[in-house]
Design a protein around this ligand. Structure first.
Ligand code: NI
Length: 165
């Protein structure tokens, strides 16, 4: 199990650097990320959340063919259609909010061997990809909220969790 960093930790606000070496250590790291995510009952986990400012994340929506690793991802297309969906984050435990984002995205990334692939995603997968991709740029789902709603969420969050700044 890896430690999951939570709100207030600087690493969550850092921009990740590209992964350059596709070796066994990377495969072991990704395995550990899947395990940590599963234990925490999450459906996505990005490297900054485990303290690594690198451009990779894992996803497991528990749907067929949706257990995926995205290394050096780039969202190359987003749909005009936007949808609202309730999001949470392993780095902001027990906090949830409806966030509006494009309904579909096309993402290019590399797999564990460095091989490029492209996925057009919709529904939950599109949502998770966008949320996790944000993490690689130091962005959290609360950043997409209206100021007033965000303040309310944070007040409630800090009533239940120790402030880490
Ligand atoms: Ni998150």
């Amino acid at each position: 199990m890896l430690e999951i960093y939570t709100l207030g930790e600087e690493i969550l606000r850092e921009k990740g650097t590209p992964v350059k070496i596709f070796d066994n250590a990377l495969a072991i790291l990704v395995d550990a990320m899947f395990e940590t995510m599963g234990e925490a009952d999450g459906i996505g986990l990005a490297a900054p959340q485990i303290g690594l400012a690198q451009r990779l994340f894992v996803v497991d929506t528990r749907r067929p063919n949706e257990r995926l690793v995205f290394i050096n991802p780039q969202i190359i297309e987003t749909s005009v259609e936007q949808v609202s969906y309730e999001e949470g984050c392993l780095s902001i435990p027990d906090a949830f909010a409806h966030i509006v984002r494009p309904a579909e995205v096309t993402v290019q990334a590399q797999d564990l061997r460095g091989k490029p692939f492209t996925i057009k995603a919709s529904d939950l997968l599109a949502r998770v990809i966008q949320h996790e991709n944000d993490h690689l740029n130091g962005v959290l789902f609360i950043d997409h909220m209206e100021e007033e709603a965000r303040q309310k969420l944070l007040e409630s969050y800090y009533r239940r969790h120790k402030r880490r700044d």
